[in-house]
Design a protein around this ligand. Structure first.
Ligand SMILES: Cc1cc2nc3c(=O)[nH]c(=O)nc-3n(C[C@H](O)[C@H](O)[C@H](O)COP(=O)(O)OP(=O)(O)OC[C@H]3O[C@@H](n4cnc5c(N)ncnc54)[C@H](O)[C@@H]3O)c2cc1C
Length: 592
């Protein structure tokens, strides 16, 4: 039997497993991903990529590639209802395109999951830190003193994989979750569903009959655009209690279902595939068992209504990867890993609940409790969900509370109120930099980042804190616009970048050496590489008349941002202080 040692084993090569492998590689962690399918999924299950996920893809340098693979942006908020796509009663509602954009350098986007997975797989495979095995099934695992030992089967034989941590991204029917005896909590399944993927030229439909998603009543089903040109999906259901089963969906039955949904008998159609799935809403009772972490559908399943499942799972991977990396590199205490469940489970539970609320609107419409006009108004209103996807905050020991209350918008699903309160996603603010406009989010890389008021002395204090803690800190000074650009020397800012220091793995008590190496020598940070340097540019000066106000900072304030883009600590009024920053870093990394 072959043997392999890696730091992290990721089980499952769906979007969440792929993102976990990418983010771990980005932190310089050796990772093996195993996926039992021979290739990425052919089914465009998820299509909606939320603003937050798009921000992560932007940070990895693949935003443009995903946009080229996706649907025209102006289509994504369009929802239709009617008896069929060609029926006289068909109504379409499209919300305004740019409503979400001011809060982010990017936006919600529609790209079919099958196309996204291809892009993610290519990126994961391009990283030297990651091994990606498709056609490889994990058949068994057992915890050991040093982590987990797993058996992986491939066509060329069996491999014994030893890893420190295992990320189970093995989907809603997670064998890992079941094997660990972790309960899946939630109501009974809401429906037994079938997705029929088909190809047809629907170019004869006028623009006001084409929508990203249409709910149809005669017979009840939904039609989804996949590429908005030739590939589409019909979603319908069956009732096992009445003897229904996936086997009922023969080629002939699928053709009939598609033609009825379009409302054109005899329409030329090619059926590309049929996928049965369960409409359900569940959250796992625990997200961690020792060295094993559940992520994505293995940890929570949302109804597809709203488009949250994959996105929520990708945020899991993003939250977990930097924590695993910090513990594996010895810069954090093991307790940091407990914050994964503390932070992600409440967010997942709320997301799943909101997906249930969305599903209820559809049920009310399909069962006649809502008129079509009422239904389309509610459905269109629920397409805007920036409050849910950008507004969530974490409350755990990996965040230093500053005693302020979170924003409380009247509609927390739709309304996102930007805040740099510790625990929340660092808000996007456009800055003026040497190369033009740059988002605060573009300045965040795989390290901790200190955004600081220029001229308050933070770079020197941050350098001292980095020396004391041995933790990489990137300091970026931002000046109020009235300070002339020439008054802040770019060299001063660059000098504040302190190299990461590798301390004996798993032993946070090891004395921390003073960093002496350069960033290039000791960290995965590669200047100019969009994968590791999220920003187009990190050397200032950066100017903004509003950023300090938007971040809740006075003229000497600073905010420490975690590698996942969430605020760790805020010092609203300063003064610049190495001891205060050191204390915050120690606390957030569970070192004391
Ligand atoms: C109709 C539909 C529409 C949806 N629309 C959206 C949407 O618009 N937006 C959104 O965010 N979400 C949407 N979702 C949900 C989304 O598809 C899922 O949340 C997403 O696929 C979960 O990704 P995952 O990587 O966690 O799991 P999966 O995609 O299920 O991947 C798990 C992988 O693990 C592999 N695996 C399992 N066991 C093993 C093993 N022992 N060894 C090796 N490999 C293994 C499986 O083969 C599988 O490929 C939709 C879902 C459906 C059904």
């Amino acid at each position: 039997m072959n043997e392999l040692d890696v730091e992290v084993l990721v089980v499952g090569g769906g979007p969440v497993g792929l993102c976990a492998a990418i983010e771990l590689a980005r932190h310089g962690i050796s990772v093996l991903l195993v996926e039992r399918r021979a290739d990425t999924s052919i089914f465009p299950k998820a299509r909606l990529i939320t603003t937050r996920t798009m921000e992560l893809l932007r940070g990895w340098g693949i935003q443009e590639e995903v946009e080229r693979a996706g649907m025209p942006r102006e289509e994504y908020l369009a929802v239709g209802v009617g008896s069929s796509l060609t029926a006289a009663d068909f109504l379409r509602s499209a919300a305004e395109l740019d409503r979400d954009a001011p809060q982010s350098p990017t936006y919600t986007f529609l790209c079919a999951q099958d196309r996204l997975e291809v892009i993610l797989r290519r990126l994961a495979e391009s990283r030297p830190e990651a091994e990606v095995w498709f056609g490889a099934t994990m058949t068994g695992m057992r915890p050991t003193a040093g982590g987990v030992t797993a058996t992986v089967n491939r066509a060329d034989g069996e491999t014994l994989v030893r890893c420190r941590y295992l990320v189970a991204a093995d989907g809603s029917r997670s064998g890992v979750r079941e094997g660990l005896g972790i309960a899946a909590e939630g109501p009974p399944p809401l429906g037994h569903m079938i997705s029929i993927m088909f190809e047809a030229d629907l170019g004869f439909l006028s623009p006001d009959r084409r929508a990203a998603l249409s709910f149809l009543r005669d017979p009840p089903c939904a039609v989804e655009a996949v590429d908005h040109e030739r590939r589409w999906m019909v979603q319908t259901g069956y009732e096992p209690e009445l003897g229904g089963s996936p086997a009922d969906f023969t080629e002939e039955a699928c053709l009939a279902a598609v033609r009825a949904a379009v409302g054109v008998p005899g329409l030329p159609v090619t059926i590309l595939g049929v996928m049965p799935w369960l409409q359900q809403a569940m959250v796992a009772a625990a997200f961690r068992a020792g060295p094993v972490f559940l992520a994505g559908d293995a940890a929570h399943v949302a109804t597809p209504q709203g488009g949250f499942g994959m996105n929520c799972g990708i945020q899991d991977a993003h939250n977990l990867a930097w924590k695993l990396a910090a513990v594996l590199r010895g810069t954090a205490g093991e307790e940091l890993l407990d914050t994964y469940e503390a932070e992600r489970r409440p967010v997942a539970a709320r997301t799943v609940d909101e997906s249930l609320n969305n599903a209820l609107i559809t049920f009310d419409m399909m069962e006649g409790r809502l008129s079509m006009r009422e239904a389309i108004e509610r459905q269109a209103g629920r397409r805007s969900c920036e409050g849910l996807v950008l507004g969530f905050g974490y409350d755990s020991r990996a965040v230093v509370s500053d005693g302020t209350a979170p924003p409380a918008p009247a509609d927390p699903y739709r309304t996102y109120v930007p805040t740099a309160r510790p625990g929340h996603r660092a808000p996007h603010v456009w800055l003026h930099g040497p190369d033009g406009r740059v988002s605060t989010l573009d300045l965040l890389g795989p390290r901790f980042t200190l955004l600081a008021a220029a001229g308050a002395g933070w770079p020197g204090q941050a350098a001292e804190a980095a020396r004391r803690t041995g933790v990489s800190l990137t300091t970026v000074e931002i000046a109020a616009a009235e300070i002339a650009a020439g008054e802040i020397a770019a060299g001063e800012i660059a000098a504040a970048e302190i190299a990461s220091v590798e301390i004996a793995a798993d032993d946070p008590s090891t004395p921390r050496p003073t960093p002496t190496s350069t960033p290039e020598e000791s960290s995965p940070h590669v200047p100019g590489d969009p994968f590791t340097v999220a920003g187009r540019c990190r050397s200032g000066p950066f100017l903004s008349p509003t950023w300090a106000k938007e971040y809740g900072l006075g003229p000497e304030g600073a905010v420490l941002i975690r590698p996942d883009g969430h605020v760790a600590w805020r010092s609203p009024d300063g003064p610049a202080s190495a001891p205060a920053l050191t204390k915050a870093v120690d606390r957030v990394l569970s070192r004391r």
